[in-house]
Design a protein around this ligand. Structure first.
Ligand code: 13P
Length: 280
């Protein structure tokens, strides 16, 4: 079932669980993510990163996801990850994406708010959910989306509350110490800040940089308002480690390798889905 993320995130937020949002890069990653949701009987978000738009256009991504989503009873949302280009967001909405992330986190507060409000008006009129971001994440190792000059700026709880109230956004991505990619040192996840944000905002929050975050920290985040958790790097790391091990032993036909890679995606995504749902 193809849907937006609104009801998924609201019910996750109320039941103190989280929906996994997993980046996909090609047909096999998309299929592995959808199969993992079906296996677990859970909704899933297939996240399409602007950096991967080069190998598939938005219309194709939407058409493919719709066909696959209609083959399962589980809710599947096609989401446009980090996008600061308003025109591209409108194209994704026209193509049929279920949700979009407008990333104005590098802009001054008022400009980010104004742009997010505009996107919300357009998206909501089309039944599309919107995520925005306040504060920003640093980049860790192996990140395909962070860049070396990304700096950690923690989200301010009072500003987050004003932002959500005045923008009409459905979910807010917060910065509390996770990084895009793998941690270079020991993760310092500020659940104290998250607690204050959640108390001030009272709406679904999003955690970027799920990869490498210790499980108990992820669970503490879910307990404090995180209803959507993004995972990218670890999907690639897991599949590549298995691919390297296989290629060290044998030289399979590409069609065989592609199927195996789809199953490795399904395994690693399934592990996260079970973790995120195993709440109250
Ligand atoms: P990781 O690559 O750290 O899992 O982050 C993914 C993410 O936040 C996608 O937006």
């Amino acid at each position: 079932m193809f849907t937006n993320f609104d009801s998924m995130l609201k019910s996750a937020y109320q039941s103190r669980s989280a929906v996994g949002s997993f980046n996909w890069y090609h047909y096999e990653t998309l299929l592995g993510i959808i199969e993992a949701g079906r296996d677990a009987g859970c909704p899933v978000i297939a996240s399409f990163g602007a950096k991967y738009l080069t190998n598939m256009d938005l219309d194709t991504a939407a058409a493919l996801t719709k066909v696959l989503a209609e083959k399962t009873d589980q809710a599947v949302c096609l989401h446009l990850d980090h996008c600061s280009d308003k025109d591209e967001i409108v194209r994704a909405i026209r193509a049929g994406f279920g949700s979009v992330m407008y990333d104005g986190s590098k802009l001054p507060f008022e400009e980010n708010l104004k742009n997010t409000r505009e996107i919300c008006e357009i998206a909501h009129a089309c039944g599309v959910s919107v995520e925005a971001e306040l504060g920003s994440l640093a980049a860790g190792a192996q990140s395909h989306e962070g860049s070396a000059d990304d700096r950690q700026v923690y989200t301010d709880p009072a500003m987050a509350a004003q932002f959500v109230r005045e923008s009409g956004v459905d979910a807010l991505a917060v910065s509390i110490g996770t990084v895009h990619g793998l941690y270079k040192g020991t993760p310092n996840i500020r659940t104290d800040i998250l607690k204050d944000i959640n108390a001030a905002v009272g709406a679904p929050l999003v955690l970027h940089g799920g990869s490498g975050t210790p499980e108990e920290k992820l669970l503490a985040c879910i307990d404090n308002g995180i209803a959507k958790i993004n995972v990218n790097t670890e999907i690639s790391e897991y599949v590549m480690a298995h691919t390297k091990a296989l290629l060290a032993e044998e030289s399979p036909h590409l069609s065989v390798l592609a199927l195996k890679q789809k199953d490795w995606v399904r395994e690693v995504v399934g592990k996260y889905i079970r973790l995120f749902q195993n709440r109250g």
